[in-house]
Design a protein around this ligand. Structure first.
Ligand code: LP5
Ligand code: MN
Length: 286
């Protein structure tokens, strides 16, 4: 399956970073707190990360948890949900939906998660980007990859694999073939990153495009994941961005962080119950 074989004549980069329709989500008035996470990259080889996430979901008092992409390390179609590990994740999520609202936005690893998976896991699918109106303010939520405009190779790749035509063709292939293609792309992506002298130069959200999205959404704070470089940055004129951390409880340094929104604004918390008992090192190194 050749990338490019399904391409259109138009340059896909011409549309990169543009939003035709800004989705909006208005939080119910009775909600007191919303928490946001991203980049858990769950897979069979990270069982402690899944356990920590399950512990976090069981312990949080937030009314809603928004997962802003890359819940999974890789997702090649909703039939992946028949495997025991993914089934367990879907069942865990579904069980928590009795007590809180769970939202899910696609990331670059799990953009093929569809309605069947969302239904099995009780997740509400969120468009990327979505403007969240809550606690008297507007927050613009995105996974983040769509705004990494300097990464032109990725933006071309993204434009192709997000097209309905490409997805239809890809999803019509047998599971093992899809899995093998995705593994190949993962290897290429890893190799590309490790060969790059400074990914910060090209693998970060474009500030001008971020500001323009914020203006379009009439929001002041952009919240995103994807870069795995958590932090808060002032962008001027009352605008800022907050970046979510990734989660990894299986490899050192262990990390897991939650952004919490409430009437006081935005705060960061380590879900301490999730890290409890952890020395900060994987079991064999502890
Ligand atoms: O994910 P990460 O953090 O390593 O890097 C991302 C970008 N990479 C990706 C690819 C993902 O890692 C793997 C996607 C799995 C999706 C599964 C669904 C099935 C898809 C099958 C696709 C054919 O998103 C990386 C960015 C980085 O973030 C920082 O922003 O730089 O982008 C890339 O590395 C993409 C490459 O630069 C684009 C070139 C791909 C060329 C593929 C050619 C062969 C394809 C033939 C097979 C059909
Ligand atoms: Mn990502």
């Amino acid at each position: 399956m050749a990338l490019g074989g399904l391409g259109s004549a138009a340059d896909p980069l011409a549309l990169a970073g543009t939003v035709t329709q800004m989705a909006e989500f208005i939080a119910p008035a009775q909600w007191q707190a919303i928490e946001l996470v991203s980049d858990l990259h769950l897979c069979e080889s990270t069982p402690r990360t899944f356990e920590a996430f399950a512990a976090y979901l069981a312990g949080t008092d937030a009314d809603a948890v928004f997962i802003l992409g890359d819940l999974f390390e890789v997702w090649v179609g909703d039939d992946q949900c028949t495997r025991p590990f993914e089934r367990a994740i879907a069942d865990t999520l579904k069980a928590h939906t009795q007590r809180r609202w769970l939202g899910f936005m696609h990331g670059n690893r799990d953009f093929l998660a569809g309605r069947a998976f969302a239904q099995a896991a009780g997740l509400h699918l969120l468009a990327d980007p979505t403007c969240l109106s809550a606690f008297g303010a507007r927050w613009l939520l995105t996974h983040g990859d769509a705004l990494c405009l300097k990464d032109t190779a990725y933006q071309r790749f993204r434009a192709q694999v997000r097209s309905a035509r490409w997805q239809e063709d890809f999803l019509s292939r047998p599971f093992d073939e899809r899995w093998s293609i995705a593994s190949g792309i993962r290897s290429q992506s890893r190799a590309r990153k490790s060969a790059a002298p400074d990914p910060q130069l090209w693998a970060d959200v474009d500030r001008d495009a971020g500001v323009s999205w914020l203006a379009q959404a009439r929001a002041s704070t952009l919240i995103h994941g994807h870069t795995h470089r958590p932090g808060d940055e002032v962008w001027g004129e009352g605008r800022s961005r907050s970046v979510l951390s990734d989660w990894d409880l299986d490899h050192a340094p262990c990390r897991a962080e939650v952004l919490r929104l409430d009437v006081h604004g935005l705060s960061r918390r380590a879900p301490s119950f999730a890290l409890a008992g952890s020395t900060g090192l994987p079991a064999e190194e502890a």
